[in-house]
Ligand binder design. Structure first.
Ligand SMILES: *[C@@H]1O[C@H](CO)[C@@H](O)[C@H](O)[C@H]1NC(C)=O
Ligand SMILES: *[C@@H]1O[C@H](CO)[C@@H](O)[C@H](O)[C@H]1NC(C)=O
Ligand SMILES: *[C@@H]1O[C@H](CO)[C@@H](O)[C@H](O)[C@H]1NC(C)=O
Length: 277
């Protein structure tokens, strides 16, 4: 009878399965970066060091600590890590962090190929996905894609404040900041989790793949959904000062002398198709 065919013929979506789940008992999955702020492309005020005062594990979290101190001609130091491996393309990327707020602060959770370059070229032809950025004392956060041609032919989407969360965030608590990355769209999520293979939480915004592209230095566009169809890496950092926060009135006055971003969990999930009984 017909039911006997079902075990062979029924294909269902298996949903998201976890492939990376770091709770920071150590920092083995991360590389701390040494970088003076002038090399960031943002005129940041800090010097990123790998010293344990700027980057450390508590045993259950990663701390990136910015502080005021005289160091290598800079007045602030801070922490920035990149993931030791690349992830994707595609999946659900979810990061739980307690994010600092204050004058001059610019903490960020983002994705960038190692060295800011890949098969499509240098930034931003290589693509950059800003899962969450926040600046100064405001209650907002922002999610943004950077792509297009090599700088200065780079572009971003959304633009003009449309990359801003549509609600205020309670920054006194840790939150999950998520990216659902698929070939035809990206959706940014807030305080989401995967339940039975499905993402549940608050959707911030969705960008469909017709909004992004990558082109070489002659302006020739690559086919498909480039640049967001190849693996990339995580970047976690706390910037002090820099072009964006310091463009906001008063933000770079009386800048916070000490601030930490504490990251408790980084998850990567992949969408699978599985055969079902
Ligand atoms: C991630 O690992 C932690 C610690 O082992 C565990 O408690 C948690 O359930 C894991 N998360 C997922 C989504 O598997
Ligand atoms: C850009 O791409 C076009 C088309 O593939 C190619 O002909 C051209 O040589 C490329 N230019 C550079 C600078 O890579
Ligand atoms: C910075 O501190 C000074 C002195 O306390 C104060 O007058 C000024 O309003 C502060 N500026 C901002 C943007 O907080």
């Amino acid at each position: 009878m017909i039911l006997s065919f079902l075990p062979i013929l029924t294909l269902v979506s298996g949903g998201y399965v976890i492939v990376f789940n770091d709770t920071f008992t150590n920092l083995n999955n991360w590389i701390a970066v040494t970088e003076p702020g002038k090399n960031t492309g943002n005129n940041e005020w800090e010097y990123y060091t790998t010293r344990s005062v700027n980057v450390y594990s508590t045993g259950h979290s990663l701390v990136l600590h910015a502080q005021k101190e005289s160091y290598q001609g800079y007045s602030y130091t801070s922490g920035k890590v990149i993931s030791a491996k690349e992830y994707g393309p595609y999946g659900f990327f979810n990061v739980l962090a307690q994010v600092p707020k204050g004058n001059g602060l610019w903490p960020a959770i983002w994705l960038l190929p190692p060295g800011a370059k890949n098969i499509y070229g240098t930034w931003a032809a290589c693509g950059e996905i800003d899962i969450m950025e926040t600046i100064c004392t405001g209650n907002s956060a922002y999610s943004t894609l950077h792509f297009g041609g090599p700088y200065p032919a780079n572009v971003q989407y959304p633009t003009g404040g449309n990359n801003r969360y549509p609600f205020s965030i309670d920054w006194t608590k840790p939150h999950y900041f998520g990216l659902q990355w698929q070939p035809t769209f990206m959706t940014f999520w807030f305080d989401a989790q995967v339940v039975n293979g499905q993402i549940q939480g608050t959707q911030i915004l969705t960008v469909t793949s017709d909004h992004w592209y990558s082109q070489n230095s002659s302006g020739q566009r690559y086919p498909g959904n480039a640049p967001f169809n190849v693996p990339t890496g995580f970047v976690l950092n706390v910037a002090v000062g820099g072009n964006w926060p310091c463009s906001v009135s008063g933000c770079c006055e009386n800048v916070s002398t000490s601030a930490s971003m504490e990251v408790f969990n980084v998850q990567v999930w992949e969408l699978t198709q599985s055969e079902d009984q």
